[in-house]
Design a protein around this ligand. Structure first.
Ligand code: AMP
Ligand code: GLY
Length: 418
C-alpha cells in the first residue's frame, strides 16, 4: 500500500511493480494515471484513521507513506501500532521536516553546517532584528507550508512584510507561530535522497531540482518543474564531505535525540564557497527528484525498503545505474497561481512507462487534467545530454490543452559539466 497520489508516488509504484515479491499494489488515494499501475482507493493521504482501517481490513503486508503531512501526523506510528511494517519515519523523526526550528537547533547542537539563524516567537523582536540584519535575508515559517513557507527578501522592508504575513496575518496558519530568520547563502543547490535505517546511510544518486516556474530560474517558486540526475556539482569530493560532515552526523544526531530516522531522508544542500551546507531536510522522497532517481535504481526497491524498516540496510546492496536521467514537468498554464483543469491528456502508449502522472483523474475512461503539476516525462540515457533531449522528445508527443513547461530543464547542469 502506497499512501499519496502525485508524480512521486507514481514513480515509487512503477518501481515497486518491478519487484517479483509484490502481487497486489494499492494507492491511497493515487490518481487517474496511477490507476493503470495500482488499485486506487479514495482515501485522502491525511485521513490516518481511514488509512489504518483500510490496511487492517485488507491485510496489507507493507506500507509506504510518501508525503510529508501523513508522516508528520503520525501515519507510520498508527500503522505500526496495528503491526503493519512501514517505509517512512515515525512522527518523532518526521519533525526534522515538520519543524524548521527543530531542524535548525539540531544542526546547531551537533555542528552540522547550515546558514546562521535566529528563531522568533515574538513578532516585534523579529522586526527589531531586521532593522540591522544584512540583506538579502531568508524568512522561514516553522511548520509545513506546502513548500511555500520560505521567503527570500531582498530588502529590509520586504523582510518585514514577510514576517508580518507569517506572524500577524498567519498566511500559513499555525506554521507561522514561530519563524526562523537566516543568513542568505549562495552556490549551486543539490538534492540528495538517502536511505537510512537510523544507523547506516546510503545516499542515492544526486539530483538537481528546478524550482522556479519559468525559464532561466525566473518567476514564482513551485513544487518543482523538472529534475536531472546525477547533479554535476555533486563531485566525489563534495560527496565525501557531505557524508562526513552532514549525512552521518544528522542520522547519529537523530538517534541521540531519541528520534531514530528510518526511511528516506532528503538533504537539500547548497555548495557554498565554505563547503556544503544544509538548506533544508525533508522526511521523505522529493518530488520531482524521485522521478529521476528511482528510474536509475538498479536494485529492487522493495528489498531495500524492507531492509530499511528492519534495520538491516548495512547488509543490503543498493546499486544505481551509471547513466543519466531528466524529468520535465508538464503543468497547467498559470501554475502555481491559478489554472484551469479538466482537459483531456493524450499520451502515446509506447511512452507511458516514461510518464509519471501527478495531477490527473479519470473521467469516462479518459485521463483529464486535475492539478497544477499534471505529469513528469522522464528519459534515461547514457549521457545527460541525451536524457534531456529524450525527455523533451516525450514532452513533444504528449498533448493536452493549456500545457505549460520549462524549456531549459538540464541546461544549467549541462553548462556545469563543461
Ligand atoms: P525550501 O522550501 O526550504 O526548499 O526553500 C526553497 C528555496 O529557497 C531553496 O531551494 C533555496 O533555493 C532557497 N533558500 C532557502 N534557504 C536559503 C538560504 N539560507 N539562502 C539562500 N537560499 C535559500
Ligand atoms: N522538490 C522539492 C521537494 O520535494 O520538496
Amino acid at each position: 500500500m502506497v499512501v499519496g497520489g502525485g508524480g512521486r508516488e507514481h514513480a515509487i509504484i512503477k518501481k515497486l511493480k518491478e519487484s517479483k515479491e509484490i502481487s497486489e499494489l494499492y494507492a491511497l488515494p493515487g490518481n487517474g494515471g496511477i490507476a493503470s499501475d495500482a488499485v486506487c482507493v479514495d482515501i485522502a493521504a491525511v485521513d490516518i484513521d481511514s488509512i489504518v482501517d483500510f490496511a487492517v481490513r485488507n491485510k496489507i503486508d507493507y506500507a509506504v507513506v510518501a508525503p510529508d503531512d501523513p508522516l508528520v501526523l503520525g501515519a507510520v506510528d498508527a500503522l505500526g501500532k496495528k503491526g503493519i511494517p512501514c517505509f517512512g519515519p515515525d512522527s518523532k523523526a518526521a519533525i526534522i521536516e515538520g519543524s524548521k526550528v527543530f531542524s535548525k537547533n539540531l544542526m546547531k547542537k551537533y555542528s552540522i553546517p547550515t546558514a546562521r539563524y535566529e528563531v522568533f516567537s515574538d513578532m516585534e523582536k523579529a522586526l527589531e532584528h531586521l532593522d540591522t540584519a544584512p540583506v538579502p535575508t531568508v524568512i522561514k515559517a516553522d511548520g509545513l507550508a506546502l513548500g511555500k513557507g520560505v521567503i527570500i527578501a531582498e530588502t529590509r522592508d520586504d523582510a518585514k512584510s514577510a514576517v508580518r504575513s507569517m506572524m500577524e496575518e498567519r498566511v500559513f496558519g499555525k506554521s507561522g507561530e514561530n519563524i526562523v530568520i537566516e543568513e542568505f547563502l549562495t552556490g549551486p543547490e543539490v538534492s540528495v535522497l538517502a536511505f537510512t535505517d537510523g544507523e547506516t546511510v546510503v545516499p542515492m544518486v544526486s539530483s538537481m531540482d528546478h524550482k522556479r516556474a519559468y525559464d532561466n530560474d525566473e518567476g514564482p517558486n513551485t513544487g518543482g518543474m523538472g529534475t536531472v540526475a546525477p547533479n554535476p556539482y555533486y563531485t566525489k569530493d563534495v560527496a565525501e564531505r557531505c557524508m562526513r560532515e552532514i549525512f552521518l552526523p544528522t542520522v547519529r544526531a537523530m538517534k541521540a535525540e531519541g528520534r531514530e530516522f528510518r526511511g528516506c531522508l532528503y538533504f537539500g544542500l547548497m555548495i557554498t564557497p565554505d563547503g556544503p551546507k544544509v538548506i533544508e531536510y525533508n522526511c521523505r522522497f522529493g518530488d520531482p527528484e524521485t522521478q529521476v532517481v528511482l528510474p536509475l535504481l538498479e536494485s529492487d526497491l522493495f528489498t531495500v525498503m524492507r531492509a530499511v524498516t528492519d534495520g538491516r540496510l548495512s547488509e543490503c546492496e543498493v546499486k544505481f545505474k551509471d547513466r543519466s536521467a531528466c524529468c520535465v514537468v508538464m503543468a497547467s498554464k498559470g501554475y502555481p497561481v491559478k489554472y484551469e483543469k479538466g482537459y483531456k491528456i493524450e499520451i502515446p502508449e509506447e511512452i507511458s512507462d516514461n510518464v509519471f502522472i501527478a495531477g490527473a483523474k479519470l473521467e469516462d475512461g479518459s485521463l483529464v487534467t486535475s492539478g497544477g503539476r499534471v505529469l513528469g516525462a522522464t528519459a534515461v540515457a547514457d549521457t545527460l545530454e541525451e536524457a534531456v533531449r529524450g525527455a523533451y522528445e516525450f514532452v513533444g508527443r504528449i498533448k493536452f490543452e493549456n500545457a505549460f513547461y520549462r524549456g531549459d530543464i538540464g541546461k544549467r547542469a549541462l553548462a556545469a559539466k563543461e
